[in-house]
Design a protein around this ligand. Structure first.
Ligand code: FES
Ligand code: FES
Length: 155
């Protein structure tokens, strides 16, 4: 059985028919080909699948696609549409990317933080990214990148 779904992803509207148990993550990666959003644990523990749903960061492996019906999703592809977001530039410039697997989710989480709190301190940044695991960087450069971006961007 398939159910109709209307969803806007990165500004583009899609009218689809999907199985009720399809996750938002699988919809993005497998049906829409948006593989920038990564599938790590699939259990809500690593944060690599983070996207913004109506502006709020969510772990898309834990969300059914149908829960996004009528809503807007922003993925890393949408964030970098046209020109790189300041966060994407800051991550590269500060060396906050190594293998890169955590990076899309980390940046989407950081984006949501900066949208709400344009000048976060270190503690606020660490709290915001607590649900995003990185095996490579030791986190310091990630915090530095987010902070530099916040400091250099008047919002
Ligand atoms: S893949 Fe979603 S939290 Fe790990
Ligand atoms: S850069 Fe490799 S997991 Fe974060």
């Amino acid at each position: 059985m398939k159910i109709p779904l209307t969803i806007t992803v990165n500004g583009e509207r899609y009218d689809l028919e999907i199985k009720p148990n399809r996750t938002l993550l699988d919809l993005l990666r497998e049906d829409l080909g948006l593989t920038g959003t990564k599938k790590g644990c699939g259990l809500g523990e690593c944060g690599s699948c983070t996207v913004l749903l109506d502006g709020e960061p969510v772990k898309s492996c834990l969300i059914l696609a149908l829960q996004a019906n009528g809503k807007e999703v922003l993925t890393i592809e949408g964030l970098g549409k046209g020109k790189p977001d300041p966060l994407q530039i800051a991550f590269v410039e500060k060396g906050a990317v190594q293998c890169g697997f955590c990076t899309p989710g980390m940046i989407m989480t950081a984006k949501a933080l900066l949208n709400k709190n344009p000048q976060p301190n270190d503690l606020e940044i660490k709290e915001a990214i607590a649900g995003n695991l990185c095996r490579c960087t030791g986190y310091n450069k990630i915090v530095e990148a987010i902070k530099s971006c916040a400091a250099s961007t008047k919002r």
